[in-house]
Write a protein that binds this ligand. Structure first.
Ligand SMILES: Nc1nc2c(ncn2[C@@H]2O[C@H](COP(=O)(O)OP(=O)(O)O)[C@@H](O)[C@H]2O)c(=O)[nH]1
Ligand SMILES: [Mg+2]
Length: 307
């Protein structure tokens, strides 16, 4: 280990995870040819959850920007929290209150990538999205434009309740979005909520990964200077290990990255980190679709054998 005197500057001599920095073109080609593994599913649904301000909307915007090859902003990202925390509190902690499906345009207008994102109201220890509502979203019962209520869960009397969700309505993967300082995990109530959500996803056989945003922020000077240092930074490694040891994500399901937020042009290093997280997300979601396809096929075969 080398680096400057402070822990912040500690640097591993060899990055502990390999990123093929020069291979953005290959990643984009992979994405371009990506298809869900089941004909029953039109698109894979990626459900994002995490504390308000962790970068969920910015992640959707970042993926959209990479796919459109220019900086875009379809999902409302919110700066108010940083500009004025008090104002953000009175306005409600979470800027994203409505359930919304974000599609990513592919080439010509009217064509889309075969995956969509849903960004839900922020997770908060006492007043954010309810466990019941995240579970309903995972199961596909929540219609677009449903306005989450932190006091009462959605029920079947509401117009935004989908009575018979199809495979396209269900979430195929749950992505926890957390800022790299992972302060939230230290809050026992937040920890409890995250664990409950993870268990609910596990019971539904929905795979989960975590992305750690804001790796450029002040806690990581080394990485701020050059994103290629991401896997040489002990700060980031420690944050990933802490998240793995506490909340229980396997280390290979945790992806640090920087979202687009102030840039006006794309950046290859940012893109590579976002694309490698996206690839893992889509691969795991596809495995899930494949497994449920096999389960349905087996069930059908069993039923046929019984008749
Ligand atoms: N420095 C930095 N800021 C980010 C990053 N991701 C998001 N932000 C900023 O964090 C704030 C909250 O982001 P937002 O996407 O609205 O969070 P959400 O509430 O989880 O949807 C906004 O000001 C974003 O510009 C990142 O990777 N680095
Ligand atoms: Mg948001």
């Amino acid at each position: 280990m080398g680096g400057g005197g402070s822990t912040e500057q500690t640097v591993l001599q060899t990055p502990w995870r390999t990123v093929h920095w020069g291979k953005k073109k290959d990643e984009l080609e992979w994405l371009e040819s990506f298809r869900p593994q089941s004909d029953n599913v039109k698109h894979l649904r990626v459900l994002l959850c995490g504390p308000a301000g962790s970068g969920k909307s910015s992640f959707i915007n970042s993926v959209d920007s990479i796919c459109q090859k220019r900086i875009t902003g379809p999902a409302d990202a919110n700066n108010a929290q940083e500009a004025d925390p008090e104002l953000a509190k009175t306005a409600g902690h979470s800027y994203t209150l409505k359930y919304k499906t974000h599609r990513i345009q592919k080439g010509k207008s009217g064509q889309y990538y075969p995956f969509v994102f849903n960004d839900v109201m922020g997770l908060e220890p006492t007043n954010g999205i309810l466990l019941e509502d995240i579970t309903l979203a995972m199961k596909g019962y929540v219609k677009d434009n449903y306005k989450f209520d932190p006091k009462t869960p959605l029920d079947d009397s509401n117009d935004c309740y989908i009575n018979n969700p199809t495979s396209n309505d269900k979430a195929h993967i749950l992505v926890f979005v957390l800022a790299v300082d992972i302060n939230h995990v230290a809050d026992p109530l937040m920890f409890k909520k995250m664990t409950e959500i993870r268990l609910a996803a596990r019971d539904l056989d929905i795979p989960q990964i975590a992305i750690l945003t804001k790796i450029d922020e002040k806690s990581c000077d080394l990485v701020k200077k050059d994103l290629k240092n991401v896997y040489s930074s002990t700060n980031i490694k420690n944050a990933m290990e802490k998240l793995s040891n506490t909340v229980g994500f396997p280390l290979n399901c945790i992806f640090p990255l920087k979202n687009y937020h102030g840039e006006i042009e794309l950046n290859d290093e940012m893109d590579m980190l976002i694309l490698s997280a996206l690839r893992k997300i889509l691969d795991l979601a596809n495995d899930r679709v494949n497994a449920s396809g096999v389960a349905v096929a087996n069930q059908t075969a069993n039923n046929v054998n019984r008749t």
